[in-house]
Design a protein around this ligand. Structure first.
Ligand code: ZN
Length: 409
């Protein structure tokens, strides 16, 4: 099983594979379509039923107890960032597939032990790289994002998510018929705590809060040459000033918050025109939601007054607040016990990054486990977790799913 995992990871890395060894597999792109086709083939090869819902979430069902509608879902995502690695999301989907297979075999050998079914899920657009917001498919499934609104999300070229899913053949019919009992996700840490501590498994108990604010800086186009400096209303210069302010405020706040400014769009983006419209995404993350929000408020006020002297106005294009979420305590306790029973070292921890499990927790008790990431590196072609560490995660996943489908409640 372990060898199969590494072979599968290598096979999936070819879809959207980049020359530097990374993966660029944006949601609902042709590369994503090819990876989905490969997953569908692997699902069918294992005799599992495949269903696709209208937002493109894929479900593979193992009917351990055909008379029961209740199912434990295991999954993650196949889409990647433009500079993605080969483990982020894909590891969770492939380990999930092999775990479903292993648990189904165990259930067949132990009649009447399983009390609920098992489902593998691949959630659409977890990354939010091509379509915003992120966690799209899992949020639709959780009922916190209306399906039609998700289908109407547009990418940078104006392509609707529903149309992109149609183009790759993954806009499905209806939600599958099972009733979710629990959700479990296995993922690479994308941070360095496990590696630094020499720990095998991280069991996530909750997530940091995040505030993501997209600002549009409105200036005026003019010739970059003759236009007198004092009359220019340069939106990019204003954005640069705001970005610098953003980082300085985070540093001086002493809160330990994480922050970034990214995804800059410049219009008209000609070397000879002062930029008239610039959009930047700012984010603030902290374990405490109130701190993340306060930092955002303080930054917004500061940015407005900082760019005013440049004749540039600020419009808030998006202001998304993600609360500090708690995952299911029973699932976390079960995951910790399972890892330790298998002889692995395990700790509970919080996640800074968003994950489908956090979106799904709104509908179904959800659990999230991490394996170490070398150097904490992620959203990078050099993202790496060694085979032994990946195998340990898979072993814990199999045992945890077995306990979840067989436990009395
Ligand atoms: Zn991921």
């Amino acid at each position: 099983m372990a060898r199969t995992l590494h072979d599968l990871l290598a096979a999936f890395a070819r879809h959207g594979g980049t020359p530097d060894g990374g993966v660029r597999r944006l949601a609902a792109s042709a590369e994503d379509g090819a990876a989905r086709d490969l997953l569908a083939a692997e699902i069918r090869r294992r005799g599992l039923g495949l269903a696709v819902d209208p937002i493109g979430n894929m479900f593979a069902m193992a009917g351990l107890v055909p008379s029961v509608r209740e199912a434990v879902i295991v999954g993650s995502h196949l889409d990647s960032q433009p500079t993605g690695g080969r483990y982020d999301g894909t590891y969770g989907v492939l380990a999930g597939l092999l775990a479903v297979e292993a648990v189904a075999a165990r259930a067949a050998a132990a009649p009447h032990a399983a009390r609920r079914n098992l489902v593998l899920a691949n959630w659409t657009n977890e990354e939010g790289a091509r379509f915003q917001p992120s966690l799209t498919g899992s949020s639709v499934y959780a009922g916190t994002l209306p399906g039609p609104a998700a289908g109407d999300l547009v990418d940078g070229e104006g392509v609707r998510l529903a149309a992109a899913l149609d183009a790759i053949g993954y806009r499905g019919e209806a939600p599958p018929s099972f009733e979710p009992a629990r959700y479990v996700e296995l993922h690479v840490e994308q941070g360095s705590r496990l590696e630094a501590g020499g720990i095998d498994i991280g069991v996530v108990t909750g997530a940091w809060a995040a505030r993501k604010t997209s600002l549009v800086f409105h200036g005026e186009p003019s010739h970059t040459g003759p236009m007198p400096m004092e009359r220019r209303r340069d939106a990019l210069r204003a954005a640069a000033r705001a970005i610098d302010l953003h980082y300085r405020e985070i540093e001086t706040s002493g809160t330990g918050a994480h922050a970034s400014a990214a995804r800059i769009t410049v219009f008209p983006n000609s070397p000879n025109v002062t930029p008239s419209r610039v959009q930047v995404w700012f984010e603030f993350r902290h374990e405490d939601e109130a701190i993340a929000c306060t930092l955002g408020d303080r930054f917004l006020a500061g940015a407005k007054s900082a760019v005013e002297p440049l004749g540039v106005g600020i419009e808030i294009a998006a202001d998304e607040r993600r609360g500090a979420a708690a995952l299911d305590p029973h699932g976390a306790a079960l995951a910790l016990a399972t890892a330790r029973d298998l002889g692995f070292s395990a700790v509970s921890m919080k996640t800074v990054a968003g994950h489908d499990a956090l979106a799904l927790q709104r509908r179904v008790p959800s659990s999230l486990m991490f394996v170490p990431s070398r150097g904490g590196l992620s959203h990078n072609a050099a993202e790496f977790t060694d085979e032994a560490a990946l195998d340990k995660g898979l072993a814990v996943l199999v045992e945890l799913l077995w306990r979840m489908v067989t436990e009395a409640r």
